[in-house]
Design a protein around this ligand. Structure first.
Ligand code: CA
Length: 228
């Protein structure tokens, strides 16, 4: 059974979340403050849901510790929806960012996607080969194939494809994609660049494979794998 730690000071949300997760077959533990979260034995925890505004500090302080040793994947769960916060969260090593109020189905999908990324992976390494329909992407070798043919992708297109494949069957908002493409050189990928990048990627994927890369109107994109 996968164990999820909920770091959340709001009693109602803490209660509703743990009920939801237990119904879905997860083991749940709760922390109502940063201190309680830090006192938890994280060895047995597979995923952390992290609120940012806590009574004794900010969720960022907990996330900071992610760099200092083994830490399970973290999904930030917060009412803050500024792009700056999302970027900061992902930069600090959070695995995903979900804003409140959230739909339970969406949160569960995100949780499963993050857990799936970490599967087959005793050492915290992410899975190296991603497959979606007839597209195969090898993260280690940075190569991707569609229908057995190697794709000539730019670094940006490769990262975009990888991110969509890691989150297959989940709609990724444009905002989250933009946040993900903030790189260390502070070279910001803007909305237009993203549209162009998706268009080029589709062209390169070819007629059959590109059908899996769906546009969800007004929201973002989704890599659809019917076999999943
Ligand atoms: Ca709070």
């Amino acid at each position: 059974m996968k164990q999820i730690l909920i770091v959340e000071d709001d009693n109602t949300i803490q209660y509703a979340l743990s009920e939801l997760l237990r119904e879905e077959g997860f083991g749940v533990s709760g922390a109502f403050s940063l201190q309680e979260a830090e006192e938890q034995d994280l060895g047995g925890v597979d995923l952390v849901l992290l609120d940012l505004g806590l009574p004794d500090g900010e969720g960022w302080d907990f996330l900071n510790k992610k760099h200092c040793g083994r830490m399970p994947p973290v999904i930030i769960l917060t009412a803050r929806e500024d792009e700056e916060d999302i970027i900061r969260g992902l930069d600090m090593g959070a695995d995903d960012y979900v804003t409140k109020p959230f739909k339970s189905g969406v949160l569960l999908s995100r949780i499963r996607a993050v857990l799936r990324r970490g599967k087959n992976d005793p050492d915290g390494q992410q899975e190296q080969i991603l497959i979606c329909g007839n597209i195969l992407l090898d993260k280690g070798k940075t190569v991707a194939f569609a229908g057995g043919k190697e794709l000539a992708l730019t670094a940006g297109e490769f990262r975009l494809l990888q991110y969509l494949m890691e989150n297959r069957n989940i709609t990724i908002t444009r905002g989250l994609l933009l946040a993900h493409f903030w790189d260390s050189a502070e070279e910001y990928v803007n909305d237009n660049t993203l549209s162009v990048m998706v268009k080029r990627l589709r062209e390169k994927l070819g007629e059959e494979s590109r059908q899996m890369l769906k546009t969800v109107r007004g929201i973002g994109y989704k890599m659809e794998d019917f076999n999943d």
